[in-house]
Design a protein around this ligand. Structure first.
Ligand code: FES
Length: 109
């Protein structure tokens, strides 16, 4: 089951690059990545650092704790690290409004 949730407007995202939102009980980041919009979990899947304090460079989100980075296309961590992928959410835009699709979560294995 899924539901679309409005999270922020495009002008705000362009101005801030990373917007932290709390939606459907989850902490999520909305990221402006060189013209693309990405939504992902705020907690790093490695050791739960706050990725909202990270940096976006060249299509990757860098974690502030260990400086590992995640591919914003598929959530994969860079080589040399062992971690589940960063959870990404489907995004759409209507007018200036950004929406993300919240899926019912399956437990990680
Ligand atoms: S906590 Fe994010 S890379 Fe370790």
């Amino acid at each position: 089951m899924s539901a679309w949730r409005a999270v922020c407007d495009l002008d705000r995202l362009k101005a801030e690059t990373i917007v932290r939102v709390h939606v459907a009980g989850l902490d999520v980041l909305v990221i402006w990545n060189e013209g693309d919009i990405i939504a992902c979990d705020r907690a790093c899947p490695h050791e739960q650092a706050d990725l909202g304090l990270g940096q976006v460079r060249a299509g990757r989100l860098y974690c502030p704790r260990h400086a590992a980075s995640f591919d914003l296309c598929d959530g994969a961590i860079n080589s040399g690290w062992s971690s589940p992928p960063l959870r990404l959410y489907t995004v759409r835009i209507t007018g200036e409004q950004i929406w993300i699709e919240m899926q019912e979560r399956q437990p990680r294995r």
